[in-house]
Write a protein that binds this ligand. Structure first.
Ligand code: GTP
Ligand code: SAM
Ligand code: SF4
Ligand code: SF4
Length: 366
Protein backbone atom coordinates (compact mmCIF):
# COMPACT_ATOMS: atom_id res chain seq x y z
CA UNK A 1 0.00 0.00 0.00
CA UNK A 2 1.34 3.40 -0.94
CA UNK A 3 1.24 6.03 1.76
CA UNK A 4 0.06 9.46 0.66
CA UNK A 5 2.86 11.84 1.49
CA UNK A 6 0.76 14.81 0.51
CA UNK A 7 2.61 17.48 2.40
CA UNK A 8 3.15 20.89 0.88
CA UNK A 9 6.47 21.03 -0.94
CA UNK A 10 8.61 23.60 0.76
CA UNK A 11 11.55 24.61 -1.37
CA UNK A 12 14.74 24.59 0.61
CA UNK A 13 13.20 22.71 3.50
CA UNK A 14 15.30 20.00 5.05
CA UNK A 15 13.36 17.65 7.32
CA UNK A 16 12.11 20.00 10.02
CA UNK A 17 12.69 19.07 13.66
CA UNK A 18 10.12 16.32 14.07
CA UNK A 19 7.54 16.55 16.81
CA UNK A 20 7.87 14.02 19.61
CA UNK A 21 6.44 10.58 18.94
CA UNK A 22 2.90 10.41 20.33
CA UNK A 23 2.35 8.00 23.19
CA UNK A 24 -0.29 6.04 21.28
CA UNK A 25 1.87 5.39 18.21
CA UNK A 26 2.21 1.70 19.07
CA UNK A 27 5.18 -0.66 19.15
CA UNK A 28 6.14 -0.60 15.45
CA UNK A 29 8.68 1.60 13.67
CA UNK A 30 6.00 3.92 12.31
CA UNK A 31 6.99 7.38 11.09
CA UNK A 32 5.09 10.66 11.11
CA UNK A 33 3.85 9.99 7.55
CA UNK A 34 2.35 6.62 8.48
CA UNK A 35 5.00 4.43 6.87
CA UNK A 36 6.06 1.41 8.92
CA UNK A 37 9.62 0.06 8.71
CA UNK A 38 9.69 -3.74 8.68
CA UNK A 39 12.90 -4.22 6.69
CA UNK A 40 16.12 -3.88 8.70
CA UNK A 41 19.49 -3.34 7.01
CA UNK A 42 22.55 -3.62 9.23
CA UNK A 43 26.02 -2.69 8.05
CA UNK A 44 28.61 -5.05 9.54
CA UNK A 45 31.70 -3.08 8.62
CA UNK A 46 32.80 0.13 6.93
CA UNK A 47 35.78 -1.64 5.32
CA UNK A 48 35.86 -2.88 1.75
CA UNK A 49 38.30 -4.58 -0.60
CA UNK A 50 37.03 -2.75 -3.70
CA UNK A 51 36.99 0.98 -4.43
CA UNK A 52 33.97 1.45 -6.69
CA UNK A 53 34.22 4.96 -8.08
CA UNK A 54 30.57 5.81 -7.27
CA UNK A 55 30.98 4.72 -3.65
CA UNK A 56 34.51 4.96 -2.19
CA UNK A 57 37.53 7.17 -2.73
CA UNK A 58 40.58 5.55 -4.33
CA UNK A 59 42.56 5.84 -1.10
CA UNK A 60 39.82 4.28 1.04
CA UNK A 61 38.47 5.94 4.17
CA UNK A 62 39.64 6.27 7.75
CA UNK A 63 38.43 2.87 8.95
CA UNK A 64 36.66 2.59 12.28
CA UNK A 65 38.53 0.92 15.11
CA UNK A 66 37.27 -2.46 16.32
CA UNK A 67 35.85 -0.90 19.45
CA UNK A 68 33.78 1.59 17.48
CA UNK A 69 31.98 -1.17 15.60
CA UNK A 70 29.04 -3.26 16.81
CA UNK A 71 30.30 -6.53 18.29
CA UNK A 72 28.85 -9.81 17.03
CA UNK A 73 26.62 -10.21 20.07
CA UNK A 74 25.43 -6.60 19.77
CA UNK A 75 24.33 -7.21 16.18
CA UNK A 76 22.47 -10.33 17.29
CA UNK A 77 20.81 -8.45 20.14
CA UNK A 78 19.70 -5.58 17.90
CA UNK A 79 18.10 -8.04 15.49
CA UNK A 80 16.32 -9.73 18.37
CA UNK A 81 14.99 -6.41 19.67
CA UNK A 82 13.89 -5.44 16.17
CA UNK A 83 12.12 -8.72 15.51
CA UNK A 84 10.56 -9.19 18.94
CA UNK A 85 9.57 -5.61 19.79
CA UNK A 86 9.55 -3.49 16.64
CA UNK A 87 7.84 -5.65 14.04
CA UNK A 88 10.87 -6.16 11.79
CA UNK A 89 10.23 -9.05 9.40
CA UNK A 90 13.26 -9.06 7.07
CA UNK A 91 16.97 -8.61 7.61
CA UNK A 92 19.70 -7.63 5.17
CA UNK A 93 23.37 -7.65 6.15
CA UNK A 94 25.57 -5.28 4.22
CA UNK A 95 28.63 -3.04 4.52
CA UNK A 96 31.27 -1.87 3.42
CA UNK A 97 31.90 -5.42 2.40
CA UNK A 98 30.18 -7.84 4.82
CA UNK A 99 32.37 -10.79 3.74
CA UNK A 100 35.41 -9.11 5.32
CA UNK A 101 33.72 -9.28 8.73
CA UNK A 102 35.44 -12.15 10.54
CA UNK A 103 32.39 -13.23 12.53
CA UNK A 104 29.90 -13.18 9.64
CA UNK A 105 29.05 -16.90 9.66
CA UNK A 106 28.70 -16.94 13.45
CA UNK A 107 26.50 -13.85 13.42
CA UNK A 108 24.17 -15.42 10.87
CA UNK A 109 24.06 -18.71 12.78
CA UNK A 110 23.17 -16.93 16.04
CA UNK A 111 20.45 -14.85 14.37
CA UNK A 112 19.03 -17.94 12.69
CA UNK A 113 19.01 -19.77 16.00
CA UNK A 114 16.92 -16.97 17.54
CA UNK A 115 14.66 -16.51 14.51
CA UNK A 116 14.01 -19.71 12.55
CA UNK A 117 11.72 -18.01 10.02
CA UNK A 118 13.37 -14.61 9.50
CA UNK A 119 14.49 -14.01 5.89
CA UNK A 120 18.19 -13.07 6.12
CA UNK A 121 19.93 -11.79 3.00
CA UNK A 122 23.36 -10.43 2.21
CA UNK A 123 24.46 -7.71 -0.21
CA UNK A 124 28.06 -8.33 -1.20
CA UNK A 125 30.70 -7.78 -3.86
CA UNK A 126 31.30 -11.58 -3.79
CA UNK A 127 35.08 -11.41 -3.23
CA UNK A 128 35.81 -14.48 -1.13
CA UNK A 129 32.31 -15.85 -1.60
CA UNK A 130 33.58 -18.86 -3.50
CA UNK A 131 35.05 -20.27 -0.28
CA UNK A 132 32.32 -19.05 2.10
CA UNK A 133 29.06 -19.66 0.23
CA UNK A 134 28.41 -23.17 1.59
CA UNK A 135 29.16 -22.12 5.19
CA UNK A 136 26.87 -19.10 4.88
CA UNK A 137 24.06 -21.29 3.61
CA UNK A 138 24.62 -23.82 6.38
CA UNK A 139 24.56 -21.04 8.98
CA UNK A 140 21.10 -20.00 7.81
CA UNK A 141 21.56 -17.29 5.19
CA UNK A 142 18.48 -17.20 2.96
CA UNK A 143 19.56 -15.27 -0.16
CA UNK A 144 22.28 -13.19 -1.69
CA UNK A 145 22.58 -10.05 -3.86
CA UNK A 146 25.86 -9.44 -5.64
CA UNK A 147 27.14 -6.19 -7.11
CA UNK A 148 28.63 -6.60 -10.57
CA UNK A 149 28.84 -3.75 -13.06
CA UNK A 150 30.78 -5.29 -15.94
CA UNK A 151 31.77 -8.62 -17.47
CA UNK A 152 34.89 -7.12 -19.09
CA UNK A 153 38.00 -7.37 -16.90
CA UNK A 154 39.26 -3.90 -17.90
CA UNK A 155 35.92 -2.17 -17.33
CA UNK A 156 35.45 -4.02 -14.05
CA UNK A 157 38.90 -2.85 -12.94
CA UNK A 158 38.20 0.71 -14.05
CA UNK A 159 34.97 0.85 -12.02
CA UNK A 160 36.15 -0.98 -8.92
CA UNK A 161 39.81 0.04 -9.12
CA UNK A 162 40.71 -3.62 -8.55
CA UNK A 163 41.39 -6.49 -11.06
CA UNK A 164 39.18 -9.12 -9.45
CA UNK A 165 36.42 -9.92 -11.96
CA UNK A 166 37.24 -13.66 -12.06
CA UNK A 167 36.92 -13.97 -8.30
CA UNK A 168 33.55 -12.22 -8.32
CA UNK A 169 32.22 -14.52 -11.05
CA UNK A 170 33.46 -17.56 -9.13
CA UNK A 171 31.73 -16.24 -6.00
CA UNK A 172 28.42 -15.81 -7.80
CA UNK A 173 28.57 -19.35 -9.18
CA UNK A 174 29.39 -20.75 -5.76
CA UNK A 175 26.48 -18.89 -4.15
CA UNK A 176 24.07 -20.24 -6.73
CA UNK A 177 25.43 -23.76 -6.32
CA UNK A 178 25.14 -23.50 -2.54
CA UNK A 179 21.42 -22.73 -2.81
CA UNK A 180 21.61 -19.00 -2.02
CA UNK A 181 19.34 -18.14 -4.96
CA UNK A 182 17.44 -16.42 -6.25
CA UNK A 183 20.74 -14.61 -6.91
CA UNK A 184 20.15 -10.95 -7.67
CA UNK A 185 22.84 -8.92 -9.42
CA UNK A 186 23.12 -5.16 -8.81
CA UNK A 187 24.69 -3.05 -11.56
CA UNK A 188 25.26 0.70 -11.50
CA UNK A 189 25.56 2.03 -15.04
CA UNK A 190 28.07 4.81 -15.58
CA UNK A 191 27.88 6.90 -18.72
CA UNK A 192 30.61 6.11 -21.24
CA UNK A 193 32.06 3.36 -19.06
CA UNK A 194 29.68 0.40 -18.83
CA UNK A 195 26.34 1.72 -20.18
CA UNK A 196 26.84 0.07 -23.58
CA UNK A 197 27.16 -3.23 -21.75
CA UNK A 198 23.60 -3.16 -20.39
CA UNK A 199 22.12 -5.65 -22.93
CA UNK A 200 25.09 -8.04 -22.56
CA UNK A 201 24.76 -7.98 -18.78
CA UNK A 202 21.06 -8.79 -19.06
CA UNK A 203 21.74 -11.61 -21.54
CA UNK A 204 24.32 -13.08 -19.19
CA UNK A 205 22.03 -12.87 -16.15
CA UNK A 206 18.96 -14.26 -17.89
CA UNK A 207 20.98 -17.20 -19.26
CA UNK A 208 21.98 -18.13 -15.73
CA UNK A 209 18.66 -17.53 -13.99
CA UNK A 210 19.91 -14.50 -12.03
CA UNK A 211 17.75 -11.41 -11.55
CA UNK A 212 19.67 -8.38 -12.76
CA UNK A 213 18.80 -4.93 -11.38
CA UNK A 214 20.11 -1.71 -12.84
CA UNK A 215 20.55 1.00 -10.22
CA UNK A 216 20.44 4.71 -10.95
CA UNK A 217 23.59 6.22 -9.51
CA UNK A 218 22.85 8.26 -6.38
CA UNK A 219 24.85 11.18 -4.94
CA UNK A 220 26.54 9.11 -2.26
CA UNK A 221 30.08 8.95 -3.63
CA UNK A 222 33.10 10.15 -1.69
CA UNK A 223 34.30 12.43 -4.46
CA UNK A 224 30.99 14.33 -4.78
CA UNK A 225 31.27 13.78 -8.54
CA UNK A 226 27.59 12.91 -9.13
CA UNK A 227 25.58 15.04 -11.53
CA UNK A 228 21.96 14.58 -12.54
CA UNK A 229 22.88 15.06 -16.21
CA UNK A 230 25.56 12.41 -16.17
CA UNK A 231 23.44 9.81 -14.38
CA UNK A 232 21.70 7.18 -16.52
CA UNK A 233 17.99 7.50 -15.77
CA UNK A 234 15.60 4.54 -15.70
CA UNK A 235 13.96 5.60 -18.97
CA UNK A 236 17.33 5.72 -20.66
CA UNK A 237 18.24 2.29 -19.28
CA UNK A 238 15.03 0.81 -20.67
CA UNK A 239 15.83 2.42 -24.04
CA UNK A 240 19.29 0.83 -24.00
CA UNK A 241 17.70 -2.61 -23.58
CA UNK A 242 14.97 -2.16 -26.19
CA UNK A 243 16.91 -3.12 -29.34
CA UNK A 244 17.46 -6.62 -27.88
CA UNK A 245 14.63 -7.14 -25.42
CA UNK A 246 10.91 -6.59 -25.00
CA UNK A 247 10.04 -5.40 -21.49
CA UNK A 248 6.58 -5.71 -19.96
CA UNK A 249 5.63 -4.71 -16.40
CA UNK A 250 6.00 -7.67 -14.06
CA UNK A 251 2.50 -8.49 -12.74
CA UNK A 252 3.78 -9.37 -9.25
CA UNK A 253 3.08 -6.94 -6.40
CA UNK A 254 6.00 -4.51 -5.93
CA UNK A 255 5.38 -4.49 -2.20
CA UNK A 256 7.59 -1.52 -1.32
CA UNK A 257 10.68 -2.90 -3.06
CA UNK A 258 13.21 -0.45 -4.51
CA UNK A 259 13.26 -2.33 -7.81
CA UNK A 260 10.49 -2.03 -10.34
CA UNK A 261 10.51 -5.36 -12.13
CA UNK A 262 9.97 -6.07 -15.82
CA UNK A 263 9.38 -9.35 -17.60
CA UNK A 264 12.06 -9.86 -20.23
CA UNK A 265 11.51 -11.40 -23.67
CA UNK A 266 14.29 -11.64 -26.23
CA UNK A 267 13.27 -10.05 -29.52
CA UNK A 268 14.45 -13.16 -31.33
CA UNK A 269 11.98 -15.35 -29.34
CA UNK A 270 9.23 -12.93 -28.28
CA UNK A 271 6.79 -15.59 -27.03
CA UNK A 272 9.04 -16.77 -24.20
CA UNK A 273 9.50 -14.91 -20.93
CA UNK A 274 13.25 -15.39 -20.52
CA UNK A 275 13.59 -13.77 -17.10
CA UNK A 276 13.13 -10.61 -15.08
CA UNK A 277 15.00 -7.35 -14.88
CA UNK A 278 14.66 -4.76 -12.13
CA UNK A 279 15.31 -1.04 -12.33
CA UNK A 280 16.02 0.85 -9.12
CA UNK A 281 15.18 4.42 -10.02
CA UNK A 282 15.85 6.21 -6.75
CA UNK A 283 16.33 9.54 -8.53
CA UNK A 284 13.86 9.75 -11.40
CA UNK A 285 11.07 7.43 -10.14
CA UNK A 286 11.48 7.54 -6.34
CA UNK A 287 9.74 5.02 -4.12
CA UNK A 288 9.92 6.91 -0.81
CA UNK A 289 6.14 6.81 -0.29
CA UNK A 290 6.38 3.05 0.20
CA UNK A 291 9.66 3.03 2.10
CA UNK A 292 9.78 0.39 4.82
CA UNK A 293 13.51 0.41 5.56
CA UNK A 294 15.36 1.14 8.78
CA UNK A 295 19.16 1.15 8.72
CA UNK A 296 21.82 0.62 11.36
CA UNK A 297 25.41 1.56 10.55
CA UNK A 298 28.43 -0.48 11.60
CA UNK A 299 28.83 1.97 14.51
CA UNK A 300 25.33 1.14 15.75
CA UNK A 301 23.63 4.34 14.60
CA UNK A 302 20.08 4.31 13.27
CA UNK A 303 19.59 6.10 9.96
CA UNK A 304 15.91 6.48 9.20
CA UNK A 305 16.67 7.36 5.56
CA UNK A 306 19.56 6.61 3.23
CA UNK A 307 20.02 10.38 2.91
CA UNK A 308 19.48 11.30 6.57
CA UNK A 309 21.55 14.06 8.12
CA UNK A 310 20.68 12.87 11.62
CA UNK A 311 21.66 9.60 13.26
CA UNK A 312 20.58 8.06 16.54
CA UNK A 313 23.19 6.19 18.50
CA UNK A 314 22.23 2.79 19.87
CA UNK A 315 25.75 1.55 20.59
CA UNK A 316 26.26 3.64 23.72
CA UNK A 317 22.87 2.51 24.99
CA UNK A 318 23.70 -1.15 24.34
CA UNK A 319 26.95 -0.75 26.26
CA UNK A 320 25.33 1.11 29.16
CA UNK A 321 23.36 -1.90 30.39
CA UNK A 322 20.13 -0.42 29.01
CA UNK A 323 17.29 -2.92 28.80
CA UNK A 324 15.79 -4.09 25.50
CA UNK A 325 12.74 -1.85 25.82
CA UNK A 326 14.87 1.27 26.32
CA UNK A 327 16.81 0.45 23.15
CA UNK A 328 13.56 -0.23 21.30
CA UNK A 329 12.04 3.07 22.41
CA UNK A 330 15.10 5.02 21.24
CA UNK A 331 14.88 3.29 17.86
CA UNK A 332 11.14 4.08 17.59
CA UNK A 333 11.80 7.77 18.23
CA UNK A 334 14.52 7.83 15.58
CA UNK A 335 12.19 6.33 13.00
CA UNK A 336 9.30 8.62 13.90
CA UNK A 337 11.45 11.52 12.64
CA UNK A 338 12.18 9.81 9.28
CA UNK A 339 12.20 12.43 6.52
CA UNK A 340 9.59 12.25 3.81
CA UNK A 341 12.04 11.52 0.98
CA UNK A 342 15.75 11.75 0.18
CA UNK A 343 16.60 13.09 3.63
CA UNK A 344 14.23 16.05 3.24
CA UNK A 345 10.56 16.74 3.60
CA UNK A 346 10.13 16.72 -0.15
CA UNK A 347 11.64 14.53 -2.85
CA UNK A 348 14.51 16.17 -4.68
CA UNK A 349 17.72 14.25 -5.24
CA UNK A 350 20.07 16.57 -7.02
CA UNK A 351 17.77 19.60 -6.62
CA UNK A 352 19.22 22.96 -5.67
CA UNK A 353 18.49 22.44 -1.97
CA UNK A 354 19.62 18.80 -1.78
CA UNK A 355 22.59 18.35 0.52
CA UNK A 356 24.61 15.18 0.11
CA UNK A 357 25.11 13.33 3.41
CA UNK A 358 28.61 13.30 4.87
CA UNK A 359 28.70 9.53 4.74
CA UNK A 360 29.46 7.66 1.53
CA UNK A 361 27.30 4.71 0.48
CA UNK A 362 29.95 2.33 1.82
CA UNK A 363 29.64 3.88 5.28
CA UNK A 364 25.84 3.69 5.23
CA UNK A 365 25.37 0.22 3.79
CA UNK A 366 23.30 0.68 0.65
N1 GTP B 1 16.99 5.54 -2.45
C1 GTP B 1 17.02 4.31 -1.95
N2 GTP B 1 17.68 3.33 -2.58
C2 GTP B 1 17.67 2.11 -2.03
C3 GTP B 1 17.00 1.82 -0.83
N3 GTP B 1 17.19 0.52 -0.53
C4 GTP B 1 17.93 0.01 -1.52
N4 GTP B 1 18.22 0.99 -2.43
C5 GTP B 1 19.03 0.85 -3.65
O1 GTP B 1 18.86 -0.45 -4.10
C6 GTP B 1 20.12 -1.07 -4.22
C7 GTP B 1 19.97 -2.56 -4.06
O2 GTP B 1 19.69 -2.88 -2.74
P1 GTP B 1 19.92 -4.31 -2.16
O3 GTP B 1 20.86 -4.21 -1.00
O4 GTP B 1 20.34 -5.24 -3.23
O5 GTP B 1 18.52 -4.66 -1.57
P2 GTP B 1 17.03 -4.78 -2.15
O6 GTP B 1 16.95 -4.26 -3.53
O7 GTP B 1 16.14 -4.17 -1.13
O8 GTP B 1 16.92 -6.33 -2.15
P3 GTP B 1 15.85 -7.44 -2.47
O9 GTP B 1 14.88 -7.44 -1.36
O10 GTP B 1 16.69 -8.67 -2.52
O11 GTP B 1 15.25 -7.14 -3.81
C8 GTP B 1 20.94 -0.38 -3.16
O12 GTP B 1 22.28 -0.49 -3.46
C9 GTP B 1 20.49 1.04 -3.32
O13 GTP B 1 21.14 1.60 -4.44
C10 GTP B 1 16.34 2.88 -0.18
O14 GTP B 1 15.76 2.73 0.88
N5 GTP B 1 16.38 4.10 -0.77
C1 SAM C 1 27.42 0.02 -0.50
S1 SAM C 1 27.39 -1.57 -1.22
C2 SAM C 1 27.65 -2.58 0.23
C3 SAM C 1 27.64 -4.05 -0.03
C4 SAM C 1 28.72 -4.61 -0.94
N1 SAM C 1 30.00 -4.04 -0.73
C5 SAM C 1 28.30 -4.50 -2.38
O1 SAM C 1 28.91 -3.77 -3.13
O2 SAM C 1 27.31 -5.16 -2.72
C6 SAM C 1 25.65 -1.89 -1.51
C7 SAM C 1 25.13 -1.47 -2.85
O3 SAM C 1 25.22 -0.08 -2.96
C8 SAM C 1 25.36 0.23 -4.33
N2 SAM C 1 25.88 1.59 -4.44
C9 SAM C 1 27.04 2.06 -3.94
N3 SAM C 1 27.18 3.37 -4.22
C10 SAM C 1 26.08 3.72 -4.93
C11 SAM C 1 25.63 4.94 -5.50
N4 SAM C 1 26.36 6.06 -5.42
N5 SAM C 1 24.45 4.95 -6.13
C12 SAM C 1 23.70 3.82 -6.22
N6 SAM C 1 24.07 2.64 -5.69
C13 SAM C 1 25.24 2.59 -5.06
C14 SAM C 1 26.30 -0.83 -4.84
O4 SAM C 1 26.17 -1.01 -6.21
C15 SAM C 1 25.83 -2.05 -4.08
O5 SAM C 1 24.91 -2.79 -4.84
S1 SF4 D 1 29.84 -0.61 -3.72
FE1 SF4 D 1 30.31 -2.22 -2.23
S2 SF4 D 1 32.12 -3.17 -3.16
FE2 SF4 D 1 31.98 -1.21 -4.12
S3 SF4 D 1 33.26 0.14 -2.87
FE3 SF4 D 1 31.14 0.33 -2.15
S4 SF4 D 1 31.06 -1.06 -0.44
FE4 SF4 D 1 32.83 -1.67 -1.68
S1 SF4 E 1 15.51 7.88 0.00
FE1 SF4 E 1 14.98 7.58 2.17
S2 SF4 E 1 12.75 7.61 2.24
FE2 SF4 E 1 13.33 7.36 0.09
S3 SF4 E 1 13.28 5.14 -0.22
FE3 SF4 E 1 15.39 5.67 0.32
S4 SF4 E 1 15.53 5.45 2.55
FE4 SF4 E 1 13.37 5.47 1.98
Amino acid sequence: MSVDLGMPQVPGAAAAAAPARPAGAGPSLVDRFGRVATDLRISLTDKCNLRCTYCMPAEGLDWLSKDQVLRDEEVVRLVRIAAERLGVRELRLTGGEPLVRAGLVDIIAAIRNNHPDLPISLTTNALGLEKKAAALKAAGLTRINVSLDSLHPETFAQLTRRPFLDRVLAGIEAADAAGLGLVKINAVLMRGINDAEAPALLDWAVDRGYELRFIEQMPLDADHGWTRQNMLAAAEIRALLEPDFLLAPDPRERDGAPAQRWEVRRRRSPDVVAGTVGIIASVTEPFCGDCRRTRVTAEGKVRSCLFSHEETDLLALLRSQAGDEAVAEHWRSAMWAKPKAHGMDHAGLGGADFVQPDRTMSAIGG
